[in-house]
Design a protein around this ligand. Structure first.
Ligand code: AHG
Ligand code: MN
Ligand code: MN
Length: 333
């Protein structure tokens, strides 16, 4: 029975009252929740709604857009402009900042990856949406990309929606991480995973092993040691998972631990890595750290990177604390 549980909207209201806030943040979160419910609906209707396949266009990063990438982006832009709480938004699917015209009290900035893991859409594997909320700096001009270039530690909130066997929303506002499950019969998210914690130890890793020949020595060493199992230096066997949807990967790590790696390698070094700092790496790092895990490039805490561009890419290593610490140590040697 969902009905004895707290809803996501009510936990936001409680938090608002506890902190004596005006309600602006609660209101903008409700717009994100609505957007995610709409995207969830489109994802689940799949081929029935003609939603699969490519859109016939490319985004700013030169990636082929799927129909659902475009649709999810439109839903996010529309729903989050309605409340007028954002000064501007930035998206994986848009080259430039999207200014919200007529937003009278737009004090926040929204960054999002409207659909993460789009290679999984056509094969009916979990995908998600990722978002990060920043404050509009005092006196800043809302339309400029520079206002978005704040490091991850400045995030006010971050979260993701996971469109899997059930749709979930996982959220942090800087005091822990809570997970909510969508009850489709009433169209509401209910608190099902309070205070999520990443176990400090794990025997599971996630990496796209097809890139092995490009890896740098610390990554090669770490994976070799995991693969050598009980007989190797780690003295235990490891399991491997690669879903190719970061949202699903991070969610698994929040639930049962693990380490996720999309490192910089000799092939992607020219772009700095694969995943985007502002709407993939930073929000996921905030969530993982708030759940007791760690997130690093191997050489630097991700949330302390001073951003240089909206679509900047970075190496990402995140998850169970003791494994990430080991990876940091290997990078220092
Ligand atoms: P997006 O679909 O938003 O472009 O992101 C895909 C990302 C991430 O979700 C996933 O972990 C990774 O790219 C998959 O990379 P590979 O194609 O190398 O497996
Ligand atoms: Mn993505
Ligand atoms: Mn995407």
């Amino acid at each position: 029975m969902s009905y004895h549980r707290l809803t996501l909207s009510h936990t936001l209201l409680q938090e608002q009252r506890r902190l004596g806030r005006s309600g602006t943040f609660t209101s903008l979160m409700n717009d994100i929740i609505t957007a995610c419910k709409m995207v969830s609906n489109e994802v689940s209707r799949g081929a029935l709604a003609g939603n699969l396949g490519v859109a016939g266009s490319e985004n700013v990063q030169g990636e082929e857009q799927k129909k659902l990438d475009v649709l999810a982006n439109d839903i996010f832009l529309h729903m989050n402009a309605l409340g007028g709480k954002y000064a501007a938004m930035a998206s994986e699917e848009l080259e430039d900042v999207h200014t919200v015209h007529g937003s009278a009290d737009g004090r926040y900035l929204l960054l999002f990856d409207p659909l993460d893991g789009s290679s999984n859409i056509d094969v009916n594997v979990s995908v998600g949406s990722i978002f990060s909320i920043l404050r509009l700096p005092e006196g800043a001009k809302p339309g400029s990309a520079e206002t978005f270039l704040q490091s991850g530690v400045q995030q006010v909130a971050a979260g993701y929606a996971l469109y899997g066997p059930s749709t979930m929303m996982v959220l942090t506002t800087g005091s822990g991480v809570n997970g909510y499950t969508l009850d489709r019969s009433v169209g509401m998210f209910f608190l099902t995973h309070p205070n999520m914690q990443v176990p400090a130890d794990t025997q599971e890793f996630s990496i796209n092993a097809s890139r092995q020949r490009f890896w740098e020595p610390p990554i090669k060493r770490y994976i070799d040691e995991c693969l050598s199992g009980k007989e190797g230096p780690r003295g235990k066997n490891f399991n491997m998972r690669w879903i190719a949807s970061m949202v699903a990967e991070v969610h698994r790590i929040l639930v049962r631990g693990g380490v996720f790696l999309y490192p910089m390698d000799t092939e992607n070094a020219k772009t700095g890595g694969k995943l985007r700092l502002m709407y993939e790496a930073n929000p996921m790092s905030f969530i993982i750290e708030q759940a007791g895990g760690l997130a690093t490039t191997g050489r630097q805490r991700i949330m302390e990177i001073a951003p240089s561009g909206l679509h900047q890419r970075v190496p990402v290593i995140l998850g169970s604390k003791n494994e990430v610490e080991r990876l940091i140590a290997y990078h220092q040697e």
